[in-house]
Design a protein around this ligand. Structure first.
Ligand SMILES: *[C@@H]1O[C@H](CO)[C@@H](O)[C@H](O)[C@H]1NC(C)=O
Ligand SMILES: *[C@@H]1O[C@H](CO)[C@@H](O)[C@H](O)[C@H]1NC(C)=O
Ligand SMILES: *[C@@H]1O[C@H](CO)[C@@H](O)[C@H](O)[C@H]1NC(C)=O
Length: 336
């Protein structure tokens, strides 16, 4: 799909993020399996129902994980998995297929990646990366400004179907902001105050948008998820009750919209939370917990829109792992 060849679209926001337009070359898929790096991390579930299982065969060659794997993004249209990792003298972005084959790596223009998002349409593939290091081409200056826009430790972003961009800035830096930008980087609305009250933040770490037009923000330092109207920015509510032990570090929806998948970093835990219907968000209710081994440290995660598989970037274990829905529990997206 898409256009032939390889093109770059380099954007555009001072000191922070780039988009790459990149087309996969499937001919680079390796077929020479080598010895796998084995991780002896145990996984257990705290309830009897097992809704997801670890796919131990993903990826085929885990030795490609050579750094600290901060984030992962799924391009469900193309079946690609992008992993960004930090470290010296290593490629910063790794590209795998959802089947587990390693395709290629990128080094260019990425310094210290934090969050990643794949925003593909039928016409083009793009990947956004929030980068907390220096930035190629433009002065990578941290700041609080709005004109021009400046960031400090931007944690993650989300691009919706219309191309609008939601940014959480940031991860313990100068700013505690949720910003909505249009495709041409005009500010549509923002909440920019540090604090504990409604629409204030303390380390807004992850952001996603649901099909009901609500924006969900993992407000990690405040141990809650806050919810906003996508069009107006109006505050719709907060969930506190599921995160009393530790704040959420990542938030994503399953493709059927029924569950919110939340990572808790230091607890090494992934929660499956019931997603509220349109209207009041009510209280949060944990349906299932995937307890990872101690020190695995799930940082950010993404969910495949096609298969419902959860890919978790683990900064402690230095790998990305894939959890697939157990047949029968999620009829809308389990496949054989
Ligand atoms: C990226 O950098 C690493 C380490 O310097 C090197 O081994 C690798 O070939 C580079 N990859 C690309 C795609 O430039
Ligand atoms: C996790 O623990 C580290 C080290 O104790 C701490 O610096 C960090 O703030 C904790 N993160 C969260 C999300 O609680
Ligand atoms: C949420 O929980 C609180 C405290 O447990 C309770 O007072 C409140 O009525 C609940 N709200 C909803 C919408 O269920």
């Amino acid at each position: 799909m898409g256009r032939p060849g390889r093109r770059w679209l380099l954007s555009c926001i001072t000191g922070f993020a780039f988009a790459f337009l990149w087309l996969a070359d499937p001919t680079t898929s390796p077929n020479n399996l080598q010895v796998l790096r084995k991780f002896a991390f145990q996984v257990s579930w705290t309830t009897k129902e097992i809704l997801y299982r670890l796919d131990v065969g993903w990826p085929n060659r885990p030795e490609h994980f050579t750094g600290t794997t901060f984030c992962v993004a799924i391009d469900s249209l193309s079946g690609l998995v992008y992993v960004a990792q930090r470290g010296n003298n290593i490629p910063k972005v790794l590209v795998f297929t959802e089947d587990g084959y390693f395709l290629r790596s990128w080094n260019y223009t990425v310094d210290t990646p934090h969050g990643i998002f794949a925003a593909s349409t039928l016409h083009e593939q793009s990947v956004w990366i929030t980068d907390v290091g220096s930035v190629l081409g433009t002065p990578g200056k941290k700041g609080t400004g709005l004109t021009p826009l400046q960031f400090d430790n931007p944690a993650e972003l989300y691009v919706d179907d219309t191309g609008d961009i939601y940014i959480v800035d940031g991860d313990g830096g100068l700013n505690n902001r949720l910003i909505k930008l249009s495709q041409d980087f005009m500010i549509l609305w923002l909440h920019g105050e540090r604090g504990t009250g409604p629409a204030k933040f303390n380390i807004p770490h992850s952001v996603t948008v649901d099909s009901a037009g609500r924006v969900w923000v993992a407000d990690r330092g405040n141990k809650r998820i806050q919810v906003f109207d996508k069009d107006t920015g109006e505050w719709l509510g907060a969930w506190n009750n599921c995160f009393t032990e530790e704040g959420p570090s990542s938030v994503r929806f399953t493709p059927d919209g029924k569950y919110v998948i939340v990572a808790q970093l230091n607890l090494s835990r992934v929660l499956l939370v019931a997603a509220p219907p349109v209207g009041s968000i009510g209280n949060c209710s944990v349906i299932n917990t995937i307890q990872l081994a101690d020190q695995v440290l799930p940082h950010l995660l993404d969910v495949s829109g096609k298969t419902g598989a959860i890919y978790v970037a683990e900064i402690g274990a230095k790998q990305v792992q894939k959890y697939v829905p157990v047949e029968g529990y999620f009829p809308s997206f389990t496949h054989s």
